[in-house]
Design a protein around this ligand. Sequence first.
Ligand code: SAM
Length: 289
Amino acid sequence: MSEDNTTTGTLTNDGLPPLREVIATHDLSAQKKFGQNFLFDLNLTGRIARAAAPLEDATVIEIGPGPGGLTRALLFNGAKNLTVIERDPRCQPVLEQISNHYPGALHVIDGDALDVDVTTLGPAPRKIVANLPYNVGTQLLINWLMQIDQFASLTLMFQKEVAERVVASPKSKAYGRLSVLCQYLCDCDILFDVHRSAFTPPPKVTSAVVQLRPKADRGAEINLTSLAKITQAAFGQRRKMLRASLKTLNINVGELLSKAAITETSRAEELSVADFVRLTQVYDEMAAS
Ligand code: SAM
């Protein structure tokens, strides 16, 4: 099969029309309210799809397929059971055309990904792959983290700043609530950066593809809701010492910190993920007594 990886060519690797032609035919001008920045580069969409491989035996879930660049790459790279969730109804005819081209492999949900329990879309192993809409990307990630054992991997395009928060180390500016939640639950890697010029229209900042794979062994099993609550309190006022920032937990903070062997004057960004895990264990013990 011939392969054309330019954004302007007329040949494609999958026999479907080039994306720019699709956009023009269906008048799919990108709309800001949907967080739309489309990828037309087949090299890039292929690279993202291959990063999530193998796809053949997985339930693959894509959020926000838009005109279907990444969708097509996932199908071309072997996905046999792919469900996409798209909020912009203008994309439906295009997605239907792709679905007809790959009979039985693509299922399209017309709706808001925030309302869909993606664990019901097919059996494990489940893999989420997405160039996420910027306005809801972090919220979606947090929702998935809360049920991370349901997934084999998340391969996600974010603004680079968000990707850096996912992998950040203590004492760095990017280290925060998202870093602790992600790193407690998953092995996390930034796979590669994507320059803004790869998108149409180009966003203001560089993006990056990040991959999260649930840890086989997290060490201690803790209450995620408590971890989320503690990290929210701690990083919500990240410049304050913990003895002050944790007051919103309505618990004896002195006792909490002392039992967790954490200095009262330390700040959230100085604590390791293991420190937050210990803090959560003690918090739950105190709350239960
Ligand atoms: N996957 C396409 C690509 O890579 O070219 C489009 C990515 S674009 C950054 C984000 C897509 O998510 C858009 O198509 C947008 O309409 C869709 N979207 C935005 N909010 C959504 C939501 N809450 N649920 C489902 N899709 C959403």
